[in-house]
Design a protein around this ligand. Structure first.
Ligand SMILES: Cc1cc2nc3c(=O)[nH]c(=O)nc-3n(C[C@H](O)[C@H](O)[C@H](O)COP(=O)(O)O)c2cc1C
Length: 447
């Protein structure tokens, strides 16, 4: 079989466009209504997507007066969706900076059991400066410190997930033996940030470990992904930088002794799809007309760690000097570079920049016919820029349905995308091997 594309649906608000929530064609359901999310997951499953994904921030955005989000806590959300779907993978975001590894390992192992092997964790170090104020008030850790802590966090959670052998649960009513206690062992971790005795208080999960997703794009973030990620989300506004990222990350993974094919790279794609190019562009304009540049200005400030952009006029071309140096930004450094590249390349005004970012916050935004979108996907996929895509429909569920009904069949006809689920777990959809447990090593094989 030729190499297969992987598609993830990124569920956000009533669509990824900043004004989607107020568009007449987006869902009428409340953003706290579980039926909205269950329905989207079922639609994505019917269309054979590999997975769905929820992002998360640990603070209320300053733009709440005019911005709607997917409010529900993502791990809780996955539990409810797991019970109303059967095949699609389920990815939730959780933070290494503001969570204890024991809690997190237990939650994701639980979701993996509840979903019969479909759980994945999007590992974030939490770039948003305001999150720090909700956790102890000591101020935001630096970018480097967040990643250093994240690294130790990974050692701990992996050890916890591996602390039960595959065969630790005996569950033998006749003999009265529930578990083989010698097939469960403590981890006794003592590090710079964490002291965790273990073992986990939950049997090994169906996938061995949940699938690990990561989206760091800075040098440190990429090295982190190369060590730990099974799938990598990334934001690019052009194919050239996506190709550079793809080549770099695959090389970093190989340098870690990993098989680069087992690190899937999924750039974001926000496509407004119409039956003609003119119609798609009209729809894109229509939703753009609903945006408020002042909301965009606040979001831009958040992206740059709270930098004040209030003095910048909306209609003068921007220059890089209007922005702080990305190296000094302690938030999401790579996205600030994406924004600066866009400013350098296109000499945009602030209004135009905010218009572009309104589409998908710095991901690739386009409008076109189903054929044009399928061509773009095939081009990036075959030209070393992607192993699949993080699909970010501007309006939900409308543009998900159009993508599923019009673009996916084209990809299937071209032999690029599955026509049925071959496996049951997310690891199987992604074509990833099942990790061995520490107990597969000689000590217990003897027992
Ligand atoms: C598709 C995508 C989704 C992301 N979701 C989240 C999220 O939910 N929460 C978060 O704090 N950061 C999120 N991020 C940000 C990344 O985790 C990371 O902080 C960012 O890409 C900057 O990487 P860097 O710190 O290595 O520069 C996301 C990034 C991408 C590309």
């Amino acid at each position: 079989m030729p190499r297969q594309l992987h598609l993830n649906l990124f569920i956000h608000s009533r669509g990824h466009h900043e004004a989607s929530w107020r568009h007449p064609d987006s869902s009428p359901l409340a953003l706290t209504d579980i039926r909205y999310y269950q329905d989207l997951a079922q639609r994505a499953e019917a269309a054979l997507f590999d997975s769905i994904f929820f992002a998360d921030q640990l603070a209320l955005g300053g733009d709440v007066a005019q911005a709607a989000r997917s409010w529900l806590e993502p791990v809780t959300l996955l539990a409810a969706i797991a019970a109303s779907t059967s095949r699609i993978g389920l990815i939730a975001t959780a933070s290494t900076t503001y969570t204890e590894p024991f809690n997190l390992a237990r939650q994701f192992a639980s979701i993996d059991h509840i979903s019969n092997g479909r759980a994945a964790w999007n590992i974030v170090t939490s770039w948003l400066a305001t999150s720090a104020r909700n956790f102890g008030g000591a101020g935001q850790l630096s970018h480097a410190d967040r990643y250093a802590r994240g690294e130790e966090f990974m050692t701990v959670v992996k050890a916890l997930w591996d602390s039960w052998a595959e065969d630790a649960v005996f569950d033998d009513r006749a003999s009265g033996q529930y578990a083989r206690a010698d097939h469960i062992r403590p981890i006794n971790h003592r590090g710079d940030f964490y002291q965790v005795a273990g073992p986990l208080n939950l049997p090994r999960c169906p996938q061995g470990r949940p699938v690990l997703v990561q989206a760091g794009s800075s040098d440190t973030g990429r090295r982190f992904a190369a060590r730990h990620a099974d799938a990598v989300f990334t934001a690019h506004v052009e194919k050239a930088t996506a190709r550079e990222f793809y080549a770099d990350l695959k090389a970093l993974a190989a340098a870690q002794g990993r098989n680069p094919e087992e690190v899937l790279i999924l750039p974001g794609l926000n496509a407004m799809i119409g039956s003609t190019e003119a119609e798609a562009q009209r729809m894109a304009r229509e939703v753009n007309d609903l945006t408020d540049p002042e909301v965009g200005r606040k979001r831009l400030s958040n992206r740059f760690g709270g930098h004040d952009f209030s003095h910048l006029p909306l209609d003068r071309p921007l220059s890089p000097e209007d922005f702080p140096d990305p190296d000094t930004v302690e938030a999401a450094r790579s996205r600030t570079e994406v924004i600066l590249n866009l400013v350098r390349r296109d000499r945009l005004t602030l209004r135009q920049l905010l218009g572009y970012l309104a589409g998908a916050r710095g991901h690739f935004v386009t409008a076109g016919t189903p054929e044009q979108i399928a061509d773009l996907i095939e081009d990036w996929f075959t030209d070393g820029a992607a192993d699949g895509f993080n699909i970010m429909p501007p309006l939900l569920p409308l543009q998900l349905d159009v993508f599923s009904a019009e673009v996916i069949p084209l990809l299937q006809r071209r032999g690029l995308f599955r026509t049925e689920y071959a496996g049951a777990t997310l690891r199987e959809h992604y074509g990833l091997p099942r990790p061995k447990s520490a107990f597969d090593e000689p000590m217990l094989q003897k027992a």
